[in-house]
Design a protein around this ligand. Sequence first.
Ligand code: AMP
Length: 617
Amino acid sequence: MTRGNPCQLPGMLPNYDPNDNEAGMKILEDLTENVEQIQQRVFEEIITRNARTDYLKGFLDGQFDKQVFKKTVPVVNYEDIKPYIERIANGDSSNIISAEPIIELLTSSGTSGGQPKMMPSTAEDLHRKTFFYNLLVPVMNKYVDGLDEGKAMYLLFVKPETKTPSGLMARPVLTSYYKSNNFQNRPFNRFNVFTSPDETILCSDSKQSMYCQLLCGLVQRQEVLRVGAVFASAFLRAIKFLEDNWKELCSNIRTGHVSDWITDPGCRKVVSLVLNKPKPELADLIEHECSSKSWERIIKKLWPRTKYIEVIVTGSMAQYVSTLEYYSGGLPLVSTMYASSECYFGINFKPLSKPWDVSYTLIPNMAYFEFLPVKEKNEDGAQYVQCNGVCKENCMEKETEKEDVETVELVDVKLGQYYELVVTTFTGLYRYRVGDILMVTGFHNKAPQFRFVHRRNVVLSIDTDKTSEEDLLKAVTKAKVIVESLGILLIEYTSYADTSSIPGHYVLFWELTSKGNNHLPVLDPKIMEQCCSTVEESLDSVYRRCRRKDNSIGPLEIRVVQHGTFDALMDFCVSQGSSVNQYKTPRCIKSGEAINILDSRVVTRFFSQKAPFWELV
Ligand code: AMP
């Protein structure tokens, strides 16, 4: 998939034929053997190119030395660089942070003040991404034979995009990539042939896109060797869509005619070509499998040659592993890569390892990496890790002291230690805290490998939403005003992400009491539903988009629990090793046992009756 004029690629991105596995593996060996030198080169290249930007000039004063850089350039959060990003969004020259022109802003699923964060991107960075994607191919080929003997049913989607006041495109990183020349004019790669025509991936109507991609995948079922989506949540959404729409899909296959509601001209054209002619036997077969009472192993039944499912199942996506295993009948779940809007980071060199064993090797020519040491927190079963000298309390803590934060280089990280990732990118981020906590699990040659532990500050996540304890508190505070005005007090609350059905949804457990008499009050369903809606309205724009536009999150639920439920929860946490003195009600529950304790004491349940407001800004 290497694109464009290779001569324009910087030397940092070796050029090779992506069909050539040996060449790909050789590059990976070179990159992982020479980590120190490559990181030094990356550092020098970024700094020499960008030393004259307003941002760096202020700190470096013409000096290019790494020690000076580390001493003078601060480790920053998004809020620190937001003013620069906003200036660029409003028309200031991009060279305030980057010597290379910033051609678009990538909207991240992390939010700031309720709005998505925006990360700078340059033309050259698309080539870096292409280089990274190409490296995934030889790794997969090393473990799975014959991937050139069929196709991949990857369900890929674009999301809505907008323009900043200065006319820059603002859109998610994958939308940007799929719409780029690098993706659309990719050279043929026999190991990477998709069942979805590009027109169906690029269709902005997500329902038409999903329908058409599934239709193409079903028609080509005998050719499909692997299925997937970027995240597990998106793939399961597709399975649910199939459950809801298989009859119509089969009817289209039977008649050879695409449903009339598929109005996107590009989609209609390419899907008609794939459908080609009536295929009644194929329709019968699919109908037979889909009408079975149980959908266990449905993936194997519909796509019988499938060797694995390619979806990210690490981090918050781990909650979907058992559901995927049910539908796939235990096919390997492959998390190939670890990436973000800021930068693409790492590759899983053992793609067939179990989800909980997955580690990513950071690719040293992607960015200059630093690591903030973080200490494991013993108190509550190591669900979180405590930032040693970074966060005061634990990783839920928002701000950090910026002074005296010593980072460690990529080659100096220690086995078994936890770190927060900090990146200096080619696109104008300097010593930027990504917010991810990683643990070193081993080394590939000299390159460390990391397990994704969790994201700092995130307690709830269903899809790409990332809700922090603070966001949740704010939202609950707004909603509790409603019951308080009726003489009802919210004594305690906690939450969990319920993914037992698709789409998953947020659940809040509330312990309520009447002011004065300490009894469980009589609750008006309308009022409680309004509380659910108020919480949803108060959550950030990514949550509201997932809930309203993408339908990837279901209606928020409040479960009212009996008096004494939170005491029982405390007893349980203490029995698990929490200290009584320091006990704080966890604002998010992950342990199945703890959820059972709460669930067994539920008195009534209420659901939000309307999707929250969301608009593209
Ligand atoms: P975004 O900036 O919206 O693209 O989100 C990037 C974030 O998604 C990363 O910083 C991680 O927190 C998470 N993420 C991306 N890839 C993985 C992965 N393979 N495993 C776990 N989390 C991931």
